[in-house]
Design a binder for this molecule. Structure first.
Ligand SMILES: Cc1ncc(COP(=O)(O)O)c(C=O)c1O
Length: 403
């Protein structure tokens, strides 16, 4: 540790950063496993993991070694050449995702842009001049123009009109609304939803995952693409490698990012079934698509998740968290929900200030989403002892807050 520069010296000059983020008054200079550390060495339990990103924990030795070795060997050549690590990463990802084709992007939003392009091209291939995609209320798909237009949150869209057209919005979980839309819009070509809405409040559909099975049935009936945004729910987070694997169906298009790179910025859009072969040479691309460095990270992340049985751990520890919160907060009028290590605790009132209380009084990093939902996204390798500490701190804090 001694000779490592942890962060540049702070200056008192005005910041040149665009003020788009509401930042907390703290910064971390080091991370180790499930913990983050400030410059003075104070330890915080991280139950947010960079918003569902660092599933393997901070500074995981396999990821650190993969990045260091590859950075010292070859970082990037462009896709004008074969990239062996990209081929290997795609093979590994396709296997765990049950998909056939993989395109590596650089973020979740870009992965969803790829999905939207696939849907439109799929429509045009069938002579649909103005293809439409069904999306859900309270969804979040990203901040680029097309993905913010697909997003079901007015705040994200405000000030950026005209929005990208071609999206038809329905209430999340409402199958009748989809069937109704099918009657009125003959130019629908696809549905894009999150299996569990993350930013929207850790929401599963009221009918649970059978919602996805119903969507699959409708997509088959109308020859639409079933597209799932697993940017947040993918990569072991919900106790299956991808959340759709809680069901018996498989989507045509699957997007992911976040946990795919454990902090290295990389995402993917994948296809199988009727999604295969839609995008062809010259249709899509990105300078950074699947660099040698990024691809090796993806390969290593998947390899590590498999070797360390982290999907099983996420399922077991997640079930334990939900059980304990439900039991220990039984008298607090809260709703505990989630799958695997994507856990939401909905309080009966707005609770945004709990982020500060958790951090300052309990040395715990959490997030509050949709105004009143504590969202927990701890490391996939969280152990029982760490889970018990997390439970103890959250229960104490919620009881105090609601007293
Ligand atoms: C479901 C979902 N889709 C897309 C995104 C956008 O991902 P990114 O921020 O990497 O562009 C997010 C980010 O929170 C997300 O949760």
């Amino acid at each position: 540790m001694n000779n490592i520069t942890l962060a540049p010296v702070q200056t008192d000059q005005p910041s040149h950063l665009m003020p788009v983020f509401g930042r907390q008054p703290i910064s971390f200079v080091r991370g180790q496993g499930a913990h983050l550390y400030t410059a003075d060495g104070t330890e915080y339990l991280d139950a947010l993991t960079g918003i569902a990103v660092c599933g393997l924990g901070h500074s995981h030795p396999a990821i650190t070694a993969a990045i260091a070795e590859q950075a010292a060997t070859l970082i990037h050549t462009s896709n004008l050449f074969e990239v062996p690590w990209q081929t290997a990463a795609a093979q590994k990802l396709a296997e765990v995702a049950g998909m056939e084709e993989v395109f590596f992007s650089n973020s979740g939003a870009e992965s969803n842009e790829g999905a939207i392009k696939i849907a439109r091209k799929f429509g045009h291939m069938q002579g649909v001049a103005s293809p439409k995609i069904i999306v859900a209320d309270h969804s979040f798909h990203g901040r680029t123009m097309a993905t913010l237009s697909a997003t079901g949150n007015k705040k994200v869209q405000e000030g950026f009109g005209p929005l990208v057209e071609g999206f038809i919005r329905v209430p999340f979980g409402d199958i009748e609304a989809i069937e109704e839309a099918a009657i009125h819009h003959p130019d629908i070509v696809a549905i894009l939803v999150e299996p569990i809405q993350g930013e929207g409040g850790v929401n599963t559909a009221p009918q649970g995952f059978s919602y996805l099975e119903e969507i699959r049935r409708i997509c088959n009936q109308h020859n639409w693409l079933m597209m799932l945004d697993e940017v947040q729910t993918g990569n072991g987070r919900t106790g299956k490698y991808f959340a759709y694997q809680h069901t018996n169906i498989i989507p045509d298009v699957l997007t992911t990012a976040k946990g795919l790179g454990n902090g290295f910025p990389i995402g993917a859009v994948m296809t199988q079934g009727r999604g295969v072969g839609v995008l062809t040479a010259g249709n899509h691309g990105s300078t950074y698509s699947g660099t040698a460095l990024g691809s090796r990270v993806v390969y290593t992340v998947i390899d590590t998740i498999q070797k360390e049985n982290l999907v099983e751990n996420a399922a077991n520890m997640g079930a334990y968290l939900v059980e304990q919160f439900t039991e220990q907060l039984a008298e607090q009028n809260v709703t505990v929900r989630g799958f695997g290590l994507m856990v939401g605790i909905e309080l009966p009132k707005a609770c945004g200030e709990l982020v500060n209380i958790a951090r300052d009084e309990h040395h715990l990093i959490i997030n509050v989403t949709a105004g009143s939902v504590i969202r927990l996204l701890p490391t996939l390798n969280i152990n029982k002892k760490q889970a018990d500490i997390l439970i103890e701190r959250i229960v104490k804090m919620v009881k105090n807050f609601l007293a």
